[in-house]
Design a protein around this ligand. Sequence first.
Ligand SMILES: [Mn+2]
Length: 303
Amino acid sequence: MCGAQRPCCGYDLSLKHSRRKAPTMKVVFCIDDNPRYLLMLRVAVRSLRLLHPDITCVCVYAGDDTGVMDAVREEGVLLARYRPVLDATTIPAAFHRCIGCFLKLELALVPELAAESHVLYCDSDVLFRRPLDDLLALRPPYMGMAREDTAPFFHDHAELDYMWRGRRYVVPLPFPIWTYSSGVVLFNLERLRRHDHVHNFLAFCAGNVQRIGNLDQSLLNYFFGKRITKLDPRWNCPPYRQAALAEGHIIHFHGPKPWDTGQALWRDLRINHYGVLREEWLDWLTSEERSRVRVWEASTHEA
Ligand SMILES: [Mn+2]
């Protein structure tokens, strides 16, 4: 089975047997009912466990599908069922197809995480390849995120506003802005819980989701702006980056997922180490899972 101890990724496995202290920070994922994300979660957790066997993984889920819940538990992940503030009534219908991406914005309110001062949030489309100790030792004042490889840009709005408890608040936007990726976020939950901060943020989200470009990621970037702590690129490294294989600790399948070998849309991003890292991702699957992925992959080659 895929959980085999593969001497992958240049990580010295002998370290596993030394008395390394188990990291106490929890690693949190969020999923919705999309079966592709559930399978990606499985691979993420399996690859993480090879590096940190004792780490606690939590999955936040807002749905009711018992199949999804059983699968999460079967993978040894603590399931946190949660009724989000940003739900189908506060988020416009145009975004319901990817409503799961907003869950990460509410981690400070999840009861199962109430005792945590910091957590590491990761998208499920990640592959862990090297130990996380240096990352889990960080304590950013609000949140730590790595930058996307995109040019800085200018906002359409000079400021955004929102209402909270009958008062209007204004958020000036930094010009120009470099975009941080929301695929890996080290959250300071304690800070977000203080002074109603998270509720202000969620009021901002509900009021501005229609005025921004890129869902949860833009909401984090626009509201927190310069308060975001920059993480080293190795903690959120897409396969298409030249340094991915040599330096990536967390590989983030940003853009084409491991089965997206067909669409012309992603051609420009299936470069550098996409092929190698996709194979490595596939190695974590059982044969039954692999055949499911082959069907997804074949569908990307249809006109
Ligand atoms: Mn992602």
